[in-house]
Design a protein around this ligand. Structure first.
Ligand SMILES: [Ca+2]
Ligand SMILES: [Ca+2]
Ligand SMILES: [Ca+2]
Ligand SMILES: [Ca+2]
Length: 331
């Protein structure tokens, strides 16, 4: 078989599926220690020179950096960085991409004897990587699953179903440690100085302030706007309906709950009236449900999450038309 087919994504897949034997681990620990090109000595012959190295230094973590795909990336977390989750340090919340790596403990001595059993690193796997490995495990035990059915996720995380397989071990990333990362996509890597769930690279990319948790001061922190609400962290009223994001997302948790209007939808209940107060008819008129834009259902207002707020079978917009036709001034 030609080696030429091992390029691009296939090459990274090969790396990701290479088991975490002592070979890979010793490459990383030695690279951290000496910062020299070692692949010539340590990689299998056909892979020499194919997989580049990149080190992200503590200062670059604070500013925000990009971990390139198909690259052996070493991440050095600054000593004074607060603990971060895998989602925060990698700036990734999705399930579509594969990446994996491992971290050395604090005060790890790279000169300590490197044997397979004594290696102290802890593995982390992206959600997709975890799912694929679970699938692999299930396929390998197909016969067994004919008799053991309906396994839930906690069953699958038990040792007896893994039998020493590589699995996700690390969720918190600690200041002063170093980690290895291999990803099939570029990842925005950084620390989260303002503790808003968005790291410095993510904030750099979207233009929010990495030192201020709620850049636009609308009540919802930057990370929740970017990753959960999908709203703009530098715009107070992302959908332009007159209500600021933190009034629509009343409890500021970044999710649209049943009693909340949609911070990303101008007219949540689709009755023709915007959630807050908006210019309509070429800017000649102001109409809306929450006319004093305070997030409360006050006297004379309609409910932005109900098409027919008072349940009289006349839709809210029709009520406004009727009111206007009748010469009302506060419709
Ligand atoms: Ca911020
Ligand atoms: Ca905000
Ligand atoms: Ca809004
Ligand atoms: Ca509406």
């Amino acid at each position: 078989m030609s080696r030429k087919i091992l390029h691009g994504t296939q090459k990274s897949m090969q790396w990701i599926t290479v088991s975490l034997g002592v070979l890979t681990l010793s490459i990383v620990s030695t690279a951290i220690n000496q910062d020299v090109r070692l692949e010539g000595r340590l990689l299998p012959a056909h892979m020499r020179g194919q997989v580049p190295w990149k080190t992200i230094l503590p200062g670059q973590m604070e500013k925000g950096a990009t971990a390139p795909p198909d690259t052996n990336v070493i991440i050095q977390i600054p000593d004074d960085a607060a603990d971060m989750t895998l989602d925060v340090i990698t700036g990734y919340r999705g399930t579509a991409n594969r990446f994996w790596g491992y971290c050395f403990p604090q005060n790890y001595d790279p000169d300590s004897p490197k044997t397979k059993r004594q290696f102290p690193g802890k593995v982390f796997l992206s959600k997709k990587e975890r799912n694929m490995r679970i699938e692999q495990q299930m396929n390998m035990r197909q016969n067994r699953f004919n008799t053991v059915e309906n396994l839930n996720e906690s069953d699958l995380n038990q040792d007896r179903y893994y039998r020493g397989a590589i699995r996700h071990q690390q969720e918190r990333f600690v200041g002063g440690t170093s980690c290895f990362l291999m990803s099939e996509v570029p990842l925005p890597i950084g620390t989260d100085a303002d503790d808003d769930m968005a790291n410095s690279a993510v904030e750099r990319d979207v233009g929010s302030d990495p030192q201020v948790a709620d850049t636009d001061a609308d009540g919802v922190i930057d990370g929740r706007e970017i990753f959960f609400l999908g709203s703009n962290p530098i715009l107070r009223d992302s959908d332009g309906d007159g209500l600021i994001d933190g009034i629509e997302d009343k409890d500021h948790d970044g999710k649209r709950d049943l009693d909340e209007s949609d911070a990303m939808k101008w007219d949540t209940d689709e009755d023709g009236l915007c959630d807050g107060l908006c210019k309509v008819e070429k800017g000649q008129k102001l109409r809306g449900e929450d006319k004093n834009i305070n997030g409360e259902l006050d006297e004379g207002e309609s409910n932005p999450i109900l098409m027919d707020s008072d349940g009289d079978d006349i839709l809210d917009l029709q009520e406004v038309y009727l009111c206007e036709l009748g010469g009302g001034t506060d419709c």
